[in-house]
Design a protein around this ligand. Structure first.
Ligand code: AMP
Length: 522
């Protein structure tokens, strides 16, 4: 299928071609025609599936008839509102609007917290058709009357599940109450909890349900593995893995902000190029950290779940869970940073005994076991601790006994340090092989890996069934959102919103790909 066959306007097709996209991703193939028809959409998809273009492209096309080169703000009312949970995602979505709308004379602005509100007020004042916002700062603007939402035709709720997790429901309700009742609603969520279904029922009229393989389905391209080790050994093993596996770009997750900082500093002391991102850092610091990571200036980004949410980093080969998340869905979100766009990736978890339960829950959610890898023996005893997971520069009281895990500098050559290392790498290769054989449709134990890897026991997993949601808190303190701004331009031919056709959504769970069911819905 081509983008042209989706009836997208030439200026959009031009921008798409410039991006080097040759064909629509599954969510784009399904969402673009439905949105162009004016339907409400409930999309089950995550970052990495191409969903941003999936709603941005048709949104731009629908607004094209309103494109105007007039300088009068009155000619540029806000017609589309995109709500997202985090600042980073807001910036990314706005960038996508700018990219795809490059040849379309529509204006866009992004508003999120943590930065001066005045430039945003200025940007909104001149008039913009599309606003990408985090809820908190948008409310600030509404209170200051620097934005008027009375002409919004299209509402997009991106990463709706995360917005609820972050406690944005009251803010959302307030914002929704200020929108015209007659509008098109597009909602995207990675998971379908009861709360999400409730929200969807409240704001959408019989939406078309669009599902693409959930995050852990494309993750057939991701090799999962875990090291079960004492917390105090984690830092040494981590540094060892980074060096011996020659990891050039790795995203590492901790649960708490303080541990992200601490671990990043420890890795820096190890001579590794690390930086950290979390919600206590200023927006400028977060932007710099992300940029350094994307450009390779920093090879290691230590992040908390919330801060990393929605990050779009091309071809990220490694995600390491330094600490496991308490809710299994967050594992799925985390590892969703790798294995994108057909690239393979590795998700490695360092699991201390007190985290075993979390690992078991993750396996339940994934409906398959995660191979345990044998931890290598490392030479030097490590020092100190990082959060729950021990590490450098501390007292000897946290020093692990007997078979200590040493400073990774012992293996800084990048070569496998010993037979144990070679065995470990073989096990990883074998786990990957096993994954590939599953992907080819074997779904059984054929091509069984070495005895050291339980990958041989991996059952075939039916990815056609979305996973059940398990209720989740957010580990890091929820980020408070509130605003930034950029202008955006573009132009487009016409496709006026088709009449809304009421179609009911059946059970949100179950079934792959698009489902448009006719069963009464609120
Ligand atoms: P998203 O899920 O929207 O965050 O997109 C993930 C990544 O996929 C982004 O880097 C996009 O640039 C890229 N992308 C989106 N659509 C396509 C496509 N049709 N072909 C190739 N890459 C795409």
């Amino acid at each position: 299928m081509s983008f042209a066959s989706l009836n997208l306007a030439p200026p959009l097709l031009r921008a798409i071609t410039e991006q080097g996209y040759t064909e629509p991703t599954p969510i784009q193939a399904q969402a673009i025609p439905a949105v162009l028809e004016g339907k409400d959409i409930m999309g089950c998809a995550q970052t990495g599936t191409g969903k941003t273009a999936g709603f941005t492209l048709p949104l731009l096309q629908l607004l094209l008839p309103h494109a105007s080169t007039s300088t009068s703000p009155a000619r540029h009312p806000v017609r589309a509102l995109v709500l997202v949970p985090t600042r980073e995602l807001a910036a990314q979505v706005e960038e996508s609007v700018r990219t795809y709308g490059k040849y379309v004379p529509l204006r866009a602005a992004v508003v999120y917290g943590g930065i001066d509100i005045k430039p945003q007020i200025k940007a909104l004042h001149v008039g913009v058709e599309i606003v990408v916002a985090t809820p908190g700062r948008l409310l600030d603007h509404l209170e200051q009357k620097s934005i008027n939402l009375s002409q919004v035709q299209i509402l997009v709720l991106d990463e709706a599940d995360r917005m609820l997790d972050m406690g944005f429901l009251p803010d959302l309700k307030r914002i929704l109450s200020m929108l015209p009742a007659q509008r098109q609603n597009l909602m995207f969520s990675a998971t379908f909890s009861e709360d999400i279904k409730k929200l969807a029922n409240q704001i959408m009229r019989s939406p078309t349900l669009i599902e693409v393989a959930r995050r852990n389905a494309p993750s057939e391209l991701v090799t999962h593995s875990a090291y079960e080790i004492p917390a105090g050994h984690k830092h040494a093993l981590l540094a060892h893995l980074i060096r011996t596996r020659d990891m050039q770009q790795v995203l590492i997750f901790t649960r708490k902000k303080i541990d992200a900082d601490r671990l990043s500093r420890q890795l820096q002391r190890d001579g590794l190029l690390a930086t950290a991102i979390h919600s206590d850092r200023s927006q400028a610091e977060r932007t710099i950290a992300l940029e350094e990571f994307k450009t390779g200036k920093a090879k290691i980004l230590v992040a908390t779940e919330v801060a990393a949410r929605g990050l779009d980093i091309d071809q990220l080969p490694f995600v390491i869970n330094y600490e496991l998340p308490h809710t299994p869905e967050d594992y799925v979100h985390r590892i969703g940073r790798t294995g994108r766009a057909g690239m393979t990736g590795e998700a490695i978890s360092l699991v201390s005994p007190d985290e075993t339960e979390y690992l078991v829950n993750i396996e339940k959610l994934l409906k398959r076991p995660i191979p345990r890898l044998p931890a290598p023996e490392l030479s030097e005893p490590r020092r100190g601790r990082t959060g729950s997971s021990g590490s450098s520069s501390g007292s000897s009281s946290s020093r692990p006994p007997a078979r200590a895990y040493g400073d990774a500098r012992a293996s800084s050559s990048g070569e496998p340090v010993d037979r144990e290392e070679a065995r470990q790498q073989r096990t990883i290769r074998e786990a990957k092989e096993s994954g590939r054989s599953r992907q080819r449709g074997g779904g059984n134990d054929r091509g069984a890996p070495a005895a050291s890897s339980p990958a041989s026991n991996l059952p075939h997993f039916d990815f056609s069934k979305p996973y059940e949601s398990m209720k989740k808190p957010v580990d890091e303190n929820a980020e408070t959102q509130t605003a930034g701004a950029h202008g955006t331009h573009g132009t487009l031919p016409d496709t006026s919103p088709a009449k809304r056709k009421v179609r009911a959504t059946g059970a949100l769970l179950g079934g792959l790909r698009r489902k448009t069911e006719n069963s009464g819905n609120s």
